[in-house]
Design a protein around this ligand. Structure first.
Ligand SMILES: NC(=O)C1=CN([C@@H]2O[C@H](COP(=O)(O)OP(=O)(O)OC[C@H]3O[C@@H](n4cnc5c(N)ncnc54)[C@H](OP(=O)(O)O)[C@@H]3O)[C@@H](O)[C@H]2O)C=CC1
Ligand SMILES: O=C(O)[C@H](O)CS(=O)(=O)O
Length: 491
């Protein structure tokens, strides 16, 4: 850990955005369970003591959401769009303060936090535009005296549980389409990063989001709140982003009420580099995908497969570029890699490195040594990785680039698909036939072709297999918060 204190409030132009209270039924409130500490992972100092909501308090937020939802849904799409547009504008007006809050609690470099705020605001903007376009349809009747219509209606009250790696975007990627559809929303942020969520609540109130339509209930008691969301019948939709392990648990808990669920879970992205790839572009794409958020994203390149003909040249170029990455405090300009979310997160990366080298991999750069303080870890590049290693089976969630060698196109697709996950994948090649065959052969919800960055609010984000259920973003995202009603009228 660095030895300076953060003094977060003094860094903000609008200190009111640093909100330690919960936002329930349109009012900021202390936590009935006391408070829990939020620390800066770079410096280790406590930056806030945040409201720890009790399960009863969360239940009241759900009741308030139900009370507010019908009137919110009765507004026109245009009216809901106007409020969401204002919320978007306020997020962008306060982008710098929101970014400083995010870096202070999550650690990512300020430049990445600024990018996430724009990404998060983009979901609010795009969803608001969709609010005006929630169409139904008519279907030619099956009998002369029957008329068939299909209408789309909001599911009702939605609740979210979100992770620490994208503290704002994972909330707005759900709340934006939910509010656009006419739902009311209760957000439970990760306990490591609640301040980005409460700041969103401050701006939602200023934007005119009606009391109860959007609540934020920070809490240190994740499983209790999860049970409230799963067991309270007023919650009609649960939307989760996080590990596959917790996703499975929530699905089991939600099954009793056959509750509508969206799940954005773990990944294990393959990154394929073929002999005909633009190697420099492939290296830049690998850096962007692997080291964004210091490797702490579900779409990071977790396994880098390189065809034999270019393997050594690629490995050399990649290692040279990784060596240039500056590790440090995200609040300092020029930092490329901040700390991991916690010192404990370093352990998982070091376990993957040790397992790989024990099984024959070679460290080209780094190696996981703890020569830096606290939650900091220098990036590692290794070659000789194989399917038998932990890094091939598990999400590393840290700065480890593991290179695997392959010979043929068929082998690359087979190795890439050899996982229980199916979220993001990447291919670098220039032969159009090869690119087409590979993008169709990869068993994933997302394929990046000659790009390492696929995250945008306009496209459907989601996975297959054990990477999740449903899609978020684009016009698909709103569908997750709508029910289809079939009306058959005798005339
Ligand atoms: N697909 C993705 O986008 C993400 C995947 N991951 C994967 O998950 C691993 C662990 O990261 P982590 O953030 O701990 O992910 P978790 O899945 O453990 O946590 C994600 C969210 O779920 C909450 N949670 C944890 N346990 C429960 C429970 N029993 N009931 C209800 N909510 C619960 C957490 O609360 P609390 O904060 O209080 O623990 C957090 O808000 C990572 O190493 C990575 O592999 C992580 C983040 C995002
Ligand atoms: O959870 C994550 O890692 C995010 O979904 C990745 S992204 O949306 O920023 O691509």
């Amino acid at each position: 850990m660095l030895d300076q204190t953060t003094n977060l409030g003094s860094r903000l132009k609008d200190p009111a955005l640093l909100e330690e209270r919960a936002f329930v039924a349109g009012a900021f409130a202390e936590g009935e369970g006391g408070t829990f500490e939020v620390t800066n992972p770079a410096r280790g100092d406590v930056i806030a003591r945040v409201a720890d909501c009790s399960r009863a308090q969360v239940a009241r937020a759900i009741d308030a959401a139900a009370a507010a939802q019908r009137d919110w849904a009765a507004r026109t799409g245009k009216a809901r769009a106007a409020v969401l547009r204002r919320w978007f504008e306020l997020m962008m007006e306060h982008q710098e303060d929101l970014a400083v809050i995010m870096t202070a609690e999550q650690g990512k470099p300020l430049a990445e936090s600024r990018g996430e705020i724009a990404y998060a605001a983009g979901f609010i903007e795009f969803s608001g535009e969709e609010a005006k376009r929630i169409y139904g349809e008519t279907i030619p009747g099956h009998q002369r005296d029957k008329r068939i219509t299909v209408i789309r209606q909001p599911v009702g009250v939605a609740a979210s549980i979100t992770p620490w790696n994208f503290p704002a975007a994972m909330i707005t990627r759900k709340a934006g389409p939910a509010l656009a559809a006419g739902c009311a929303f209760v957000a439970r942020p990760a306990s490591e990063t609640p301040l980005s969520a409460t700041a969103l609540a401050v701006l939602a109130e200023r934007a005119g989001v009606p009391a109860g339509v959007f609540s934020v209930v920070p809490s240190g008691r994740a499983s209790e709140i999860g049970r409230e969301f799963c067991e309270n019948p007023t919650v009609r939709k649960l939307t989760f982003t996080g590990s596959t392990e917790v996703g499975r648990l929530l699905l089991r808990q939600a099954a009793d009420q056959v509750k509508k669920c969206s799940m954005e879970l773990g990944g294990n992205a393959p990154f394929l580099v073929f002999d005909d790839a633009d190697l420099d572009a492939a290296v830049e794409g690998a850096i962007a995908s692997k080291f964004r958020n210091n490797g702490q994203t579900c779409v990071c390149a977790n396994r880098i497969y390189v065809q034999s003909g270019v393997h050594d040249a690629f490995a050399e170029k990649l290692a040279a570029r990784v060596a240039e990455l500056r590790v440090g405090d995200g609040l300092e300009e020029g930092t490329d890699l901040g700390p991991l979310i916690s010192p404990e997160a370093i352990g998982k990366v070091q376990e993957h490195i040790a397992d790989a080298t024990d099984k024959g991999a070679r460290v080209v750069l780094g190696g996981g040594g703890d020569d830096m303080p606290g939650a900091f870890l220098r990036p590692t590049v290794l070659t000789g990785a194989t399917q038998e290693m932990a890094v091939a089976r598990e999400e590393t969630f840290g700065p480890l680039a593991a290179l695997f060698r392959f010979e043929t196109e068929e082998e690359a697709i087979r190795l890439a698909n050899d996982t229980i996950f199916g979220l993001a994948s990447y291919v670098y090649a220039r032969d159009i036939g090869r690119v087409t065959r590979v993008q169709e052969g990869l068993d994933y919800g997302i394929v990046g072709v000659n790009t390492g960055l696929i995250s945008t609010e306009v496209a459907p984000f989601g996975g297959v297999k054990q990477s999740g259920l449903g899609r978020e973003g684009g016009h698909y995202g709103v569908e997750e918060f709508l029910e289809i009603k079939y009306v058959c009228t005798a005339v």
